[in-house]
Design a protein around this ligand. Structure first.
Ligand code: FAD
Length: 574
C-alpha cells in the first residue's frame, strides 16, 4: 500500500499493526491474521486485555446468532438495525438511546454482529449455556434478548488479573491470536502515527515508547501472563512500519481529563475512572489520529445521560474502579485496598464535601439503556412508543447532583469535590466489613473516629477543597436519624430509611462516582476506516471499539464486532 518514508527508520514491520489488545484489538488482530496478514499488536500495558479482561464479560451480540436460534429467539440484522436507529425510544429520564447513532456505522454493526458471535466461538470463547437475555445489557434494542455471558473459571491458561468474567472473552482470543502467529509488543505505547505526508497520503507506520510498569518496592517490570509470541527487544522507542494498515483499538478517552471535559466540563479530576489502574483509556489513539487530520464523530452520545457513561461507586474506601479488587491482583500495591462492597444503601448516607446529604442514596446510576421488552408493547419507529415509557427524571439525577454541587468548590475547575459514605459500627457488623488495611485505604480514602465531629475534621483528601465542619456532619446525621424514627425521609424521599447512624466508631469512606464509558470517538465508515475533517478516508487507518464514534452502546458487543470488521478490511488492503 505505502512507500516507506525515507526519513523514518523502522525497527519492526508487519502488514497490519493493531494498537491495543482489548475487546476490539484482539478480534481485529485475529481477523487480519485469518486474512493472511502478518500482525503486530502494540499494547501499552504489561499484559493484554484492557478494560475487557476486567469487565463482567456480559456480551451483547444478536441478529440471529446460533444461541438465539438454539433457544428459538427470532432476530435478524434488519431487526438489530431497526432497533438501534429507532428515534422514538427514550429513557425514563427522557434521553434518547438511538437517535444520534450513525446509520452507516449501525448498518455495518447489524450486518456483522451475528458473524462476530460465531467468530468468537470458533476462536475458543465459551458462553454460559443459557438463553440470551437482557441482564447486564445497555442500549441493546427492544425486539430481542441479545446479551450473552462469557463462561470463565480460573484455571491453567486462563489467568485473570482480577477474577472477572471478561477473562473468559480475552484469554481464549489471546490463545487463538498467538496460535495464528500474531506478535505482541507489550509495554509499548503508540505515541504517533506516521503518514506519507504530514496530513496527506496513506498511513505508513507508528512510533512507540517503552512504558514498563514497575510496582513500588520492585526492581523489574510486571510481566505478561503469556510471553510466547512477544517481541522481546527493548529500546526506549521503536518505530513500526505498517505495510497495509494500522488499527486504532485504544479504548477511548475516559482517562484523559482534558479530553473528557470537552464533552462535559463537570467531569473534573475528582471522579474516578472504571478499569483504572489496570489500563488507561487516555485518548492517545484519538489524539494521534486527530494530529494527522482525523475527525471526531457523534459527540452528543457522550453526554446522553444513560447507560454506563457514569456509575455510582458501589465499592467504598478505594480510589479505583467500582468493583472489589483481589489481593492477588498484580497491581494491588497501587490500588492498596480491596474496597467494601455495598449491598444495601440503607446502611449508609452519602454526603458531599461539605457534609450534607443531597439525594436518596438508593437511587444511583443513569437509566441503564433500553433492552428487550423494556417498552411493551413496542412498535418500531412509532412515536407512540413514548406512551409506554414511564418518565421518572428525578430518579436519575444523582450524578447531576454529585458532579454539579458548588459549596466549597474552588478554582481552577470548581470541582464539586468528593462524595463520602458515612456509616457506623453497626453497619460494619451487618455487612461483616473488615475496616482495616488492606480492605480499606486509610491514605485519603477511609477515615474513622469515635465522634462525628472528630470524623469530619479527620477527612483529608487531595480533592477535598476544605475541611468538613464537624457540626455540619453531626447535624446531617441527627436529621437523618430522625427520619429513621419517623419512617420518612423529609428531605430527599429515601423510601422508609431503616438504619440509624449512632454507634461509634463512625466511618467516612470514598464513594465518589466513576466515569465509565467512551461513547464518542473517531469518525469511521462502514469498513471502520477513519475519516478526515473533509469526510475523506485516511488511507490505511482503521478504528474499532470505544475509540470509534457514532455508536451509543455500552461495551463488548460493538467493540468485538468493529474489531472483526476492521481486521477483515485491513488485511484486504493492497
Ligand atoms: C469494570 C468494568 C466492567 C465492564 N463490564 C462490561 C460487561 O459486563 N459487558 C460489556 O459489554 N462491557 C463491559 N465493560 C466495558 C468493556 O470492557 C469495554 O467497552 C471494552 O473493553 C472496550 O474495548 P476496547 O477494545 O475499545 O478497549 P479496551 O478493552 O480497554 O482495550 C484498549 C487497550 O488499548 C491499550 N492502549 C490504550 N492506548 C494505547 C496506546 N497509545 N498504545 C498502545 N496501547 C494502548 C490499553 O492499554 C488497552 O489494553 C466493562 C468495563 C469495565 C471497566
Amino acid at each position: 500500500m505505502a512507500q516507506s518514508n525515507d526519513s523514518q527508520n523502522w525497527d519492526l514491520e508487519a502488514d497490519v499493526v493493531v494498537i491495543g489488545s482489548g475487546a476490539a484489538g484482539l478480534p481485529a488482530a485475529i481477523k487480519a491474521a485469518d486474512g493472511g496478514a502478518s500482525v503486530i499488536v502494540v499494547e501499552a500495558n504489561y499484559d493484554i486485555g484492557g478494560h475487557a479482561i476486567i469487565s463482567g464479560g456480559n456480551l451483547p451480540l444478536g441478529g440471529g446468532t446460533s444461541a438465539q436460534k438454539k433457544y428459538g429467539i427470532p432476530d435478524s440484522p434488519d431487526l438489530v438495525f431497526s432497533d438501534l436507529t429507532d428515534w422514538t425510544i427514550v429513557q425514563n429520564n427522557g434521553w434518547p438511546d438511538y437517535r444520534y447513532n450513525d446509520r452507516e456505522v449501525m448498518r455495518a454493526f447489524a450486518d456483522h454482529c451475528a458473524l462476530t458471535y460465531e467468530f468468537l466461538l470458533e476462536n475458543g470463547v465459551e458462553f454460559k449455556p443459557i438463553a440470551p437475555d437482557n441482564q447486564g445489557g445497555h442500549n441493546l434494542g427492544n425486539s430481542a434478548p441479545r446479551e450473552n455471558h462469557c463462561f470463565w473459571t480460573k484455571g491453567p491458561g486462563y489467568e485473570s488479573p482480577n477474577n472477572r468474567g471478561g477473562t473468559g472473552l480475552i484469554r481464549p482470543l489471546e490463545n487463538s491470536a498467538r496460535a495464528k502467529g500474531v506478535k505482541f509488543l507489550v509495554n509499548y505505547k503508540m505515541t504517533s502515527f506516521v503518514r506519507e505526508g504530514e496530513k496527506s497520503g496513506p498511513l505508513i507506520g507508528v512510533t512507540t515508547a517503552y512504558t514498563p510498569r514497575i510496582m513500588p518496592g520492585q526492581s523489574t517490570p510486571l510481566k505478561s501472563f503469556r510471553s510466547d509470541g512477544n517481541i522481546d527487544s527493548i529500546k526506549p522507542a521503536m518505530a513500526i512500519r505498517a505495510k497495509k494498515a494500522v488499527i486504532v483499538a485504544t479504548g477511548g478517552m475516559t482517562s484523559n481529563l482534558n479530553f473528557r471535559r470537552m464533552f462535559d466540563p463537570r467531569l473534573t479530576a475528582v471522579l474516578t475512572v472504571a478499569g483504572e489502574p489496570y489500563s488507561f483509556q487516555d485518548a492517545s489513539g484519538e489524539l494521534a489520529a486527530m494530529t494527522i487530520g482525523a475527525s471526531l464523530w457523534g459527540l452528543v452520545n457522550q453526554t446522553l445521560e444513560n447507560g454506563d457513561n457514569i456509575r455510582t461507586q458501589r465499592v467504598l474506601a478505594t480510589k479505583w474502579n467500582y468493583m472489589t479488587w483481589e489481593l492477588e491482583f498484580p497491581l494491588f500495591p497501587l490500588v492498596r485496598a480491596t474496597g467494601l462492597a455495598v449491598k444495601d444503601w440503607h446502611d449508609l448516607i452519602l454526603v458531599n464535601q461539605v457534609g450534607k446529604r443531597f439525594y436518596d442514596e438508593t437511587k444511583g446510576d443513569y437509566p441503564h439503556g433500553n433492552v428487550y421488552k423494556e417498552v411493551d408493547p413496542y412498535t418500531p419507529n412509532d412515536y407512540r412508543n413514548n406512551e409506554n415509557i414511564h418518565f421518572h427524571p428525578t430518579n436519575y439525577n444523582f450524578f447531576n447532583a454529585a458532579v454539579a454541587m458548588n459549596e466549597y468548590s474552588q478554582p481552577p475547575d470548581y470541582s464539586a469535590g468528593p462524595i463520602w459514605a458515612i456509616f457506623d459500627s453497626e453497619a460494619v457488623k451487618r455487612n461483616k466489613w473488615n475496616v482495616e488495611p488492606p480492605y480499606v485505604d486509610p491514605d485519603g480514602y477511609f477515615f474513622s473516629a469515635n465522634t462525628l465531629t472528630e470524623l469530619a475534621t479527620k477527612i483529608k483528601n487531595e480533592f477535598q477543597a476544605k475541611s468538613m465542619k464537624g457540626e455540619t456532619l453531626q447535624a446531617t446525621v441527627e436529621r437523618y436519624n430522625s427520619f429513621v424514627d419517623a419512617g420518612k425521609d423529609a428531605d430527599f424521599g429515601k423510601p422508609a430509611p431503616k438504619c440509624k447512624i449512632q454507634t461509634a466508631p463512625f466511618y467516612a469512606a470514598w464513594a465518589t462516582p466513576n466515569v465509565h464509558d467512551t461513547r464518542s470517538g473517531l469518525r469511521i465508515n462502514a469498513k471502520c476506516q477513519v475519516m478526515d475533517m473533509n469526510g475523506q478516508v485516511i488511507p490505511g487507518l482503521y478504528c474499532a471499539g470505544e475509540s470509534a464514534g457514532g455508536f451509543n452502546q455500552h461495551g463488548l458487543g460493538r467493540c468485538t464486532t468493529q474489531g472483526f470488521i476492521a481486521g477483515t478490511n485491513a488485511a484486504r488492503e493492497k
